[in-house]
Design a protein around this ligand. Structure first.
Ligand SMILES: Cc1cc2nc3c(=O)[nH]c(=O)nc-3n(C[C@H](O)[C@H](O)[C@H](O)COP(=O)(O)O)c2cc1C
Length: 346
């Protein structure tokens, strides 16, 4: 069974849903001594099966499959729907995008998505936004798959530990992508990665993985010093040659440093941190449907923006320290992180 002590480099390449992860990226990281991950939140069972098989053919190292867990949602009342549609009409993009209130189901079925996981048995299985059902946890345990769950507060971490997870991912407020908070309508403690890691290490008996603005080996050393068993890096891998991030996403990460990163619910209905752009500013204070309905509602708009290489209308998820993103192959990034970690640890 997977154990953090067996990793030659205490690095998890973060799961990043939306076409960023792929077998090449995950296997390069895994072959370099870390954990290669897949954010399968939006993937079909078939794609999950293909990706896991293709990755296993490229590496015998640890692979992580990641999913979102959340309570089912229904459409809000008509007036709310109309306001959400209004907010997205006539946006100044070149080209046509379609706008229609999505029909249920708004999201792939988790039990269906997990079928290929039980078949291919990746070493790790992680969840974001909440705790999966006891039967999912029991099945993973029976198959000797290590389960990790994101927590953004000590209270969430207690629920993760109580559920029987093998480790907890401490996601600091600096982290790029969706905030893993269980209930986005509750007050957010907004703890930094280091603060949260230290609190969880003190309060939990399961291993803690630190996440959020960890961009180089010195940052990894700080996370380990705080008591983490490993660091989970997302943004740092976005500009790797192997990353499936769009060309505009990569360009903004490397060149548009003055924009900074902000939280928005506009793209998906849940708070996520990304590079500030026109869409985020236009949707601010407008009606947004709950996750994942808003995510489906904005799909055509995001596709058009990607097709036309328009970074102002794509979700450019990125952590607070994205200005330190490097453009390297995954192998060379892992080598650089290893060297920097060695230096930082003296
Ligand atoms: C583009 C992007 C997509 C992400 N998608 C997921 C996801 O699907 N599942 C998940 O658990 N975390 C996801 N995250 C969050 C990461 O797991 C991690 O918390 C974050 O990347 C850490 O902060 P950093 O980006 O500053 O390294 C995503 C992050 C980014 C940048």
């Amino acid at each position: 069974m997977f154990s953090f002590s067996k990793l030659s480099l205490p690095i998890i390449q973060a799961p990043m849903a939306g076409g960023i992860n792929n077998p090449r990226l995950a296997s390069e990281v895994s072959n370099a001594g870390g954990v290669g991950s897949f954010g399968f939140a939006y993937s079909t069972a078939q794609k999950i099966s293909e990706d896991l098989a293709a990755t296993r053919a490229l590496t015998s190292g640890p692979i992580n499959a990641n999913f979102f867990v959340f309570s089912p949602v229904g459409l809000p009342e008509q007036t709310v729907q109309q306001k959400a549609l209004e907010a997205l009409k006539n946006l100044p993009l070149e080209g046509e995008y379609s706008l229609a209130i999505p029909l249920a189901p708004f999201y792939p079925d988790l039990e269906e998505q997990l079928k290929p996981v039980w078949e291919h048995c990746p070493d790790l299985l992680t969840f974001h936004f909440g705790v999966p059902s006891p039967s999912i946890l029991a099945r993973a345990r029976a198959l000797r798959i290590a389960v990790g769950i994101t927590a953004t507060s000590p209270k969430e971490a207690m629920a993760v530990e109580k559920a029987g997870a093998d480790f907890v991912v401490a996601q600091g407020i600096e982290a790029g992508g969706h905030r893993g908070i269980f209930n986005p309508f509750e007050a957010d403690e907004k703890l930094t990665s280091v603060e949260l890691t230290k609190q969880l290490v003190r309060g939990c008996s399961i291993p803690v993985v630190a996440a959020g603005a960890i961009m180089d080996g010195a940052d990894i050393a700080s996370a380990l010093k705080s008591g983490a068993v490993a660091a989970q890096l997302g943004t740092a891998f976005l500009c790797c040659e192997e990353s499936g991030a769009s060309p505009a996403h990569k360009e903004y990460l490397l060149k548009h440093h003055s924009k900074g990163s902000v939280f928005t619910t506009g793209f998906s209905g849940r708070p996520a941190r990304g590079i500030d752009n026109e869409f985020i500013r236009l949707i601010e204070n407008k009606m947004v449907l709950p996750f994942p309905i808003q995510n489906a509602l904005t799909a055509s708009l995001k596709q058009l923006a990607r097709k036309t290489n328009n970074g102002e209308y794509q979700s450019l998820w990125a952590g607070q320290d994205y200005a330190r993103t490097r453009q390297l192959s995954a192998k060379n990034l892992m080598l650089a992180l290893k060297e920097e970690l060695l230096i930082a640890r003296g």
